[in-house]
Ligand binder design. Structure first.
Ligand code: ZN
Length: 97
C-alpha cells in the first residue's frame, strides 16, 4: 500500500521523512508537521488519545539531515493556545480602555 494512503498514529515509526497532516479531534494542534524517518510519531501534550498522521508530502532530502546532530526528535505536539489569538487580545484592550 502506498504511504500516501496509510494513516499513522502516535508511537508508530515514521516510514519516510516529510510533511504530515495532523488529525486530532480532542485538541487543536498544528495542521501539519515535518517529521524524520525512523523517529516515532509524536503524542499530544494534553492527552493520551492517539494523534493520526497522513503523509502529505515526502521530503527525501531530510534523510540526509538524519546524519547530523543538529535536530531534536519531536516528542509532543502542543495545542494551539486560543488565548493568544488576536481577537482575544483586542477584547482585552477594549476592556482596559
Ligand atoms: Zn490531545
Amino acid at each position: 500500500m502506498p504511504l500516501h494512503d496509510q494513516a499513522f498514529r502516535t508511537n508508530d515509526l515514521v516510514p519516510a521523512s516529510g510533511i504530515y497532516e495532523i488529525l486530532h479531534a480532542q485538541h487543536l494542534l498544528a495542521k501539519q508537521v515535518v517529521l524524520f524517518k525512523s523517529e516515532r510519531f509524536p503524542k499530544c501534550s494534553r492527552c493520551d488519545f492517539p494523534v493520526t498522521f497522513l503523509l502529505h508530502h515526502g521530503l527525501r532530502a531530510l534523510d540526509y539531515v538524519n546524519h547530523l546532530d543538529v535536530r531534536v526528535p519531536l516528542l509532543e505536539l502542543q495545542p494551539i493556545a486560543l488565548e493568544d489569538s488576536p481577537q482575544n487580545a483586542d477584547a482585552q484592550l477594549r476592556e482596559e480602555m
